[in-house]
Structures are given as C-alpha cells and as structure tokens.
Design a protein around this ligand. Structure first.
Ligand SMILES: [Zn+2]
Length: 242
C-alpha cells in the first residue's frame, strides 16, 4: 500500500473516531446472553406452526423473548408465512417430523422421509434448515438416533412439560411452567393450545421478573457446554447412558 493511501486511511480512521454518533444510532446493540452466566430458559413449541402462532410471535416480539419451534412439516406447508416470520424474528426452528408418527414404531425409510420432507418444507418457507430434531412424543431408540446422526442432528427433548395440552387452562399452564422453570431448562409447550398463547404475556412477564432470559435451545446448549454430537439426546432421559 502506498504511503499516501495509508495516511489517507489513517485520517479517515481518525475522522470516524471523532465523528459524533448519529442520532439514530441510539438503540445499543444488545450484548449476546451468556447462559453459563445468567439465568436462561428455553420455551419450545411443538407440532406447529399452530393456528395461534401469529399471536404468539407478536407476544414474543413485544417482550423481546426468543423461542424454539419444533415444526411439523405438514403445517409448515400449510402455514409457511409463520415459519418465515419465526426465522426472521430470531427464533430457532427444529424438525418434529412431517406427520407425527411414533418413530420407534416406524420403518427406517419412513423416518428418513418424515425428516427430509420437513427439512425441505422449512427450507422452502424460511430459507434455513433445522439443525435440531425432536422426535414425535419424545420417543427414540437406537435406529432413530442413527438416522438423526445421518442428518447431522442431535435430538432435543425437554427438562419439563407445561402440560398445556392436558390442562388447556391459562392459570394451570402458567402455574406448572413457573413450578418447573429452572436455569437452562427446556420447557415443552404447544402453539396450537389457545390457552398457552393467551397466557403467554403474563407468563413471560413473570419469568422475566424472576430473572429469566428467554432464549433458544441452542443458547441453552451453549450455556450448558453440551457439545452434542449428531444423534446424541439432550437432556439425557433418566436411566439412559449417553
Ligand atoms: Zn409433538
């Protein structure tokens, strides 16, 4: 580089340093949350996008909360706009099969097709491919694990459920979730349960008041230093060996 250009660059650098920050640059760029240091919680929504996903996304945006959606391919295809919005708004997308069969009772070819069709549907809707698999009902065996590995995906279960699909009651869902919330927990919920979505604003407010940062599953995995390999399961179910 010529000396002249170097000094011009040096001057430019000084000018940049001295220039006052423009008025529009007031929103500070948020520092990433470190879940090894702060209290994090991952809310996960299965079987969607459900019919209330739009309202849920509005709420998550309002409270600056991130979530993880384990999507069912058939609904990705029928409600692609929600999936596109999920990705655009910083949520994590996971694969939850195409039509929700029990993988432990399925042929290998069926499992592969179920996973691949959902990868394709999400890619088409949002331009990204899921990197996490949650098998339907959280059920997996060695065959499922091997197939997950061939897709380069670990399997993500949950530390606790909100039992929203069972109670379908706003207060019960909130109570259960607050009861089972723990640092770096992964909570199972559903965006097709209206009461879950209805109760979300006050649930998020309470969780945030308790110091929780609502983050994606991948952020929790980083905080746990989980270092999952394809085919691994997290959290490891009781009685399993890793
Ligand atoms: Zn499910």
């Amino acid at each position: 580089m010529s000396r002249q250009i170097s000094s011009l660059l040096a001057i430019a650098a000084v000018c940049v340093t001295l220039a006052p920050a423009p008025a529009f640059a007031q929103t500070p760029k948020k520092a990433p949350v470190d879940c090894a240091e702060v209290k994090c919680l991952a809310l996960t929504f299965d079987d969607g996008p459900g019919q209330y996903a739009g309202t849920l996304l509005d709420t998550l945006k309002k409270y600056d909360a991130k979530a993880t959606f384990f999507l069912e391919g058939q609904y990705v295809n029928s409600r692609p706009a929600f999936v596109k919005r999920m990705a655009a708004e910083g949520h994590e997308l996971g694969n939850h099969s195409y039509s929700h069969p029990d993988f432990t009772k399925s042929e290998a070819a069926t499992i592969r097709t179920e996973i691949q069709k959902t990868q394709d549907a999400v890619k088409k809707a949002a331009g990204v491919e899921p990197k996490l698999l949650r098998p339907p009902y959280g059920l997996a065996d060695l065959q499922v694990s091997e197939i997950a590995a061939s897709f380069d995906m670990p399997m993500i279960l949950w530390t606790a459920g909100s039992e929203d699909w069972k109670t379908k009651n706003v207060e019960a869902i909130q109570k259960k979730t607050l009861e089972v919330a723990q640092p770096n927990g992964i909570i199972l919920m559903h965006d097709w349960v209206k009461q879950t979505v209805d109760g979300m604003p006050s649930l998020i407010k309470t969780l945030q008041k308790k110091g929780y940062h609502l983050v994606t599953v991948s952020e929790v995995l980083k905080g746990e230093n989980a270092n999952l390999q394809p085919g691994d399961t997290f959290p490891v179910p009781a009685g399993w060996e890793r």
